[in-house]
Design a protein around this ligand. Structure first.
Ligand SMILES: *Cc1c(COP(=O)(O)O)cnc(C)c1O
Length: 389
């Protein structure tokens, strides 16, 4: 969907002509007679503001239906609740820390087995699946090492055992990538990130490919009740109005930042799908419409937590905080922040080095972001001697 289509997919209010979507701040809806209503009865089951958002994200992802949850993890949780005791999941090893915690500490206990593999190699996925595999769970690009998996290739493997492919599309956003068009069955977003885009809300979005899956998720959404409130639905819709604009600017800024980092003497590895040296650069280019996202992560030559902490506390525009995808640039140290819930050995195995730093480029001037990083390197080197080299 291009920017024109996105903006005009947001309806104006037929009742009053209001150009922006009304916030229906109500818990219940008056019925003419028991069971006779205007399509809404109770706000956990449905709400007009939420419905507008849900229909919009279904369109953005080319799916059958969309569902809005209170957080990204609540959306992930709803998908997991479609499983039964004994079912298996094959998941990307560099999975979002919160998803790892939910899988391991909540669902494994309930009899769901999860195998983590490096899904950037199709052979690993093919070897990990069994007849009990119900879901293949990937993120592409991943958080924080920006691994890219071949969605169409994995969709074929999923079909061979009648498993569903779930793609967490948070990093690519619907501007860059439509996993359902590539063969995925369910798409997930942390609406907290690019879709909301202003670091002012937490939200989760799930989009399903078929009416059968839509019914299942709708049932769980209502049964478990972790819905997104009307005001946050309104803010998320407002975020979507500028998603195309913001995302493309963030992608441009990330290219400038990655170019700067690869040439800096204190930097070890740079992870960014836009670099020709990235393992699956060609797949990223193809399946992400030539957009590589606004996230860049890198390690330091001095691969210690101490060096990373010195760096992340020396930037001016990149604010030290969890989360990503907003208009303001952020940075974080995954080993101590977003990914602290993953045991050290597993973290290191999936490439999250001690000094790994994740940058989320905002919509500031690219040159200002680059000079902010430059001054941070200088400041730290000056204060701490040759800590980086
Ligand atoms: C943040 C994030 C989530 C979780 O979303 P919340 O809104 O924080 O619950 C899931 N997946 C990815 C890739 C994320 O970055």
């Amino acid at each position: 969907m291009n920017a024109t289509k996105i903006i005009h997919a947001i309806p104006s209010d037929p009742l009053t002509g209001a150009i922006s979507v009304p916030v229906y701040q109500t818990s219940t809806f008056i019925q003419e007679a028991p069971g006779v209503n205007k399509g809404f009865d109770y706000a956990r089951s449905n709400n007009p503001t939420r419905k507008t958002l849900e229909d919009l994200v279904a369109k953005l992802e080319n799916g059958h239906a969309g569902f809005a949850f209170s957080t990204g993890l609540a959306g992930i949780d709803a998908v997991l609740k479609t499983l039964s005791f004994g079912d298996e999941i094959v998941a990307v090893d560099d999975i979002y820390g919160g998803a790892y915690r939910l899988f391991t500490h909540v669902y494994e206990k309930l009899g769901i087995k999860v195998k983590y593999v490096d899904t950037t190699d199709l052979d690993n996925v093919a070897q990990a699946i069994t007849t009990r595999t119900r879901l293949i769970w990937i993120e592409s690009p991943t958080n924080p090492t920006l691994k890219v998996s071949d969605i169409a290739g994995i969709a074929k493997i999923a079909k061979s055992v009648k498993a569903l492919l779930v793609v967490d599309n948070t990093f690519a956003s619907p501007i860059a990538q439509q996993p359902i068009d590539l063969g995925a069955d369910i798409v997930i977003h942390s609406g907290t990130k690019y879709i909301g885009g202003h670091s002012d809300l937490v939200a989760g979005l799930v989009v399903t490919k078929t009416s059968e899956l839509s019914e299942k998720i709708k049932f769980i959404q209502n049964a478990s009740g972790a819905v997104l409130g009307p005001w946050d639905c309104f803010l998320t819709i407002r975020g979507i109005e500028t998603l195309d604009l913001r995302y493309k600017k963030q992608c441009e800024n990330a290219i400038k930042v990655a170019d700067f980092l690869v040439n800096h003497e204190a930097v070890g590895e740079v992870h960014f799908p836009g670099l020709v040296t990235h393992k699956n650069h060609d797949i990223a280019r193809k399946q992400q419409n030539g957009l590589f996202g606004g996230i860049v992560s890198f390690s330091l030559k001095n691969d210690t937590q101490e060096a990373a902490v010195a760096f992340v506390t020396s930037t001016k525009y990149f604010k030290l905080a969890e989360s990503l995808g907003g208009v303001k640039s952020l940075l974080c140290h995954p080993a101590q922040m977003t990914h602290a819930s993953i045991p050290r050995e597993i973290r290191l195995r999936s490439g999250i080095k001690e000094s790994l730093i994740r940058l989320s480029c905002g919509v500031e001037e690219g040159a200002d972001l680059v000079s902010d990083l430059g001054q941070a390197f200088q400041q730290v080197t000056h204060k701490r001697g040759a800590i980086f080299i």
